[in-house]
Design a protein around this ligand. Structure first.
Ligand code: HEC
Ligand code: HEC
Length: 316
């Protein structure tokens, strides 16, 4: 410790120096400001309290646990169960409600669309695109041009059983013949039909064309005499210039010569019932969905949700 005699006082300020010297410069030994000392003391006390109460020091096999037993896992669990409790309220109501009720209930509608939107990104975006814009062979789900029907019940059936799924009895089924490959039409007949279909899509008067008779004989049974399509058969409207497989001469020739037959998986064994219903509502809203069914509609599928399929929503 400094002895009285060793004290080195700065001449100018009259303040004691620390005794260190760098090239003639000396450091004044001013006392620390009071406030600083107090902050320092409080910080030290706080950190001791923290070491005792919270997990802090690494020790072999983990860390000191602290007296409070706090862990971030517990916090995560708590916030997760809070979220699922909040969702459960909607899910319970959603499960009991029919499509029409859901769409008339703003809260449930928002809930369904949010669930559908995230399920879409996980399951459907690979084929239909993340914005559901589709691509060659994969229909755009944003427009109101529907192959198999745009009522929410139609979409639900399409999702449940898929399209041309071999092992699903209730799948959407219909197969356009491969007119060229199977020798049903000659090449020049197909070429006449290509011209006919292209003009049809441009809204031109096609009645007098040589393709007209061919179309009525071979195509009208599915695509309709006017070419406007048939949703029970998934036969596209050929008058709207919306092409699933492309609208060039070569594309259309290929469609008629080989036929296409797009396949979509059935979702009933892959997704739970409530997710499929949420997706139906989401897709319906995306694509200018059509009015829901009237009860008198003979083709109506039951609107109450059928019994839940395997591993349904109770485990969510
Ligand atoms: C493996 C690719 C693939 C995946 C994945 C897929 N789809 Fe499809 N989807 C298709 C194809 C192909 C068609 C058109 C089939 C046809 O030619 O009729 C289709 C048709 C549809 C239709 C009928 C559209 C209409 O105009 O009637 C809907 C609705 C639909 N998909 C929704 C979905 C939803 C929702 C998902 C996710 C759960 C999904 N798809 C996942 C390939 C797929
Ligand atoms: C048995 C019903 C059936 C008959 C008959 C039929 N089609 Fe089709 N056609 C379909 C279906 C279903 C599709 C959609 C194919 C798919 O999605 O894979 C289709 C698709 C097409 C396409 C592609 C449309 C697009 O958007 O890309 C063209 C073009 C077409 N048909 C023309 C014809 C012509 C021309 C004939 C007569 C020579 C004909 N079809 C006869 C059912 C039929």
């Amino acid at each position: 410790m400094n002895d009285h005699h060793d004290k080195d006082i700065d001449e100018l300020s009259g303040i004691e120096t620390t005794g260190h010297e760098w090239d003639g410069l000396k450091e004044l030994n001013n006392p620390l400001p009071r406030w600083w000392v107090w902050v320092f003391v409080v910080t030290c006390l706080w950190s001791f309290w923290y070491f005792v109460v919270y997990p802090a020091w690494p020790v072999p096999g983990g860390a000191t646990t602290g007296t409070s037993g706090y862990t971030q896992f517990k916090e995560l669990e708590a916030s997760q169960s809070e979220i699922s409790a909040r969702q459960q309220v909607y899910l319970d109501r959603f499960q009991k409600a029919e499509f029409q009720e859901i769409m008339n209930d703003p809260e449930l509608y928002v809930f369904a669309k949010a669930g559908g939107s995230s399920a879409f990104k996980d399951n459907c975006a690979t084929c239909h695109g993340s914005g559901a814009e589709g691509g060659k062979g994969y229909p755009n789900l944003n427009d109101d041009d529907w192959l198999w029907g745009g009522r929410v019940e139609d979409i639900y059936t399409t999702l449940l059983h898929g399209i041309r799924v071999h092992n699903d009895m209730d799948t959407r089924q219909s197969q356009m013949p491969a007119f060229g490959r199977d020798g049903l039409l000659k090449r020049d007949e197909i070429n006449q039909l290509v011209t006919y279909v292209m003009d049809l899509s441009k809204g031109q008067d096609v009645q007098a064309q040589p393709g007209h008779v061919l179309f009525q004989q071979n195509c009208a049974s599915c695509h309709g005499a006017d070419g406007k399509g048939n949703k029970t058969l998934g036969a596209p409207n050929l008058t709207d210039a919306i092409w699933l497989y492309g609208g060039t001469k070569a594309d259309i020739y290929y469609s008629i010569f080989n036929a296409r037959g797009g396949v979509m998986p059935a979702w009933k064994d892959r997704l739970d019932e409530q997710t499929i219903r949420q997706l139906s509502i989401y897709v319906h809203e995306l694509g200018g969905g059509e009015e829901t069914m009237r009860e008198s509609d003979p083709a109506a599928v039951p609107m109450t949700p059928p019994p839940a399929v395997s591993g349904a929503a109770d485990d969510q």
